[in-house]
Design a protein around this ligand. Structure first.
Ligand SMILES: NC(=O)c1ccc[n+]([C@@H]2O[C@H](COP(=O)([O-])OP(=O)(O)OC[C@H]3O[C@@H](n4cnc5c(N)ncnc54)[C@H](OP(=O)(O)O)[C@@H]3O)[C@@H](O)[C@H]2O)c1
Length: 349
């Protein structure tokens, strides 16, 4: 473990440099990792495990596009690709990478397939922390562990292929075998994490649900739309409103923030932009703080997860979702976005 100073707070971080893939392989040498679910995280984690030489099988319901994708990725029916229950029976570490709502539906069957000493591994604290809603209460004689990549399953794979790795958090909820921690560290490294940060199931799910509803997606989408609408209402053209709201952010400024931090970005823009942004930042912080308070309360009270489980269990969920997404794509703002993107050199015919 490396002790790293995060702004005056020391945190333990496990790195792939000190906890090598070789070490992970020797810890996992007698294990069969059953990755249940071949949606977004499933392929990223399963393919990385396979490429790292770990014994991995995939569990996926049949007659599904995901089953076909697993086959196309080289998992062989009857050998390394099985229906969910069969894979769960064969696995010693069962990685539940079904959608969170899918985990709730499949749990009664999967539970029956667990043997004493198995490990149940999650990539989200959802199922365990909100057990009153999910009904997912593991038996006492298994390890319950978590490795949660901080990014899309697609990035889990692309970062593995380009050698950069992805940050992930890890946690132990239940240690039956006494090996839960070494199992999760080995698994975390083997699925392609470069850095593993310690957390608990509660902290992971509260921060994750807040982050995606907040700055990462919900808040970002909301404030972009508010600024775009403001500019359009004051007579600015769609291209101008879009460029000043989204394009400059995604193509330039946020990259500078990623490389060197916020102060560096402020010190590398015009003094006009710098002065105004520094003055306005606290006003936005104070304006949205009550919304964030509201959001966090809604997360810890279980309102957010209740909403997710209700919505996802509706039979017409996918159709309704597609309608919502189409509305966004067909809005003036995002049509303007498509037009602006088409003018980028790499997209010009
Ligand atoms: N998405 C991410 O990048 C990400 C990032 C970090 C953590 N996580 C966590 O990782 C886990 C997996 O997330 P994900 O986004 O990869 O999930 P996802 O893509 O939504 O999962 C889809 C998988 O679940 C299966 N499934 C859904 N409903 C089912 C049901 N009722 N019965 C059986 N199988 C069902 C799907 O099978 P079909 O294709 O046949 O429907 C597919 O294999 C979740 O706990 C999530 O919170 C995800």
């Amino acid at each position: 473990m490396a002790l790293i100073d995060f702004g005056g707070v020391l945190e333990e971080v496990v790195t792939s440099a000190e906890f090598s893939v070789g070490k992970a392989k020797s810890i996992l040498k007698d294990e069969t990792i059953a990755v249940l679910g071949y949606g977004v995280q499933g392929p990223g984690q399963a393919l990385n495990l396979r490429d790292n030489g770990i014994n991995v099988i995939v569990g996926q319901r049949e007659e599904s596009n995901s089953w076909e994708r697993a086959k196309a990725d080289g998992f062989i029916p009857g050998k390394t690709l099985f229906p969910l229950e069969e894979a769960a029976r064969r696995g010693t570490i069962i990685q539940l990478l079904l959608s969170d709502a899918g985990q709730v539906k499949a749990w009664p069957e999967i539970k029956k397939c667990l043997d004493r000493g198995d490990a149940l591994c999650f990539s989200h604290g959802f199922a365990i922390v909100y057990k009153d809603q999910t009904g997912i209460i593991p038996p006492e004689d298994v390890d319950v562990i978590l490795a949660a990549p901080k990014g899309s399953g697609r990035t889990v794979r692309t970062n593995f292929l380009n050698g950069s790795g992805i940050n992930a958090s890890f946690a132990v909820h239940q240690d039956y075998t006494g090996r839960a921690k070494e199992r999760i560290l080995a698994l975390g490294i083997a699925i392609g994490s470069g850095y593993l940060f310690h957390t608990t199931f509660e902290k992971e799910v509260y921060s994750d649900l807040t982050g995606e509803r907040g700055v990462l997606m919900g808040c970002l989408a909301g404030v972009m739309e508010a600024q775009y609408n403001l500019l359009r209402n004051h007579g600015h053209s769609p291209s101008e409103a879009f460029n000043e709201t989204v394009e400059e952010l995604t193509q330039s400024l946020i990259r500078l923030v990623a490389e060197n931090g916020m102060d560096w970005m402020f010190s590398n823009c015009s003094t006009t932009a710098q002065r105004g942004a520094l003055d306005w930042a606290p006003k936005f912080r104070d304006a949205v703080s009550p919304v964030f308070d509201n959001l966090y309360q809604s997360v810890i009270s279980g309102k957010e997860t209740e909403r997710v489980l209700d919505a996802n269990s509706a039979s017409d969920y996918r159709e309704k979702l597609q309608k919502e997404l189409d509305e966004i794509r067909n809005s003036e703002m995002w049509k303007a976005g498509a037009a602006v993107r088409s003018l980028r050199p790499e997209n010009r015919k």
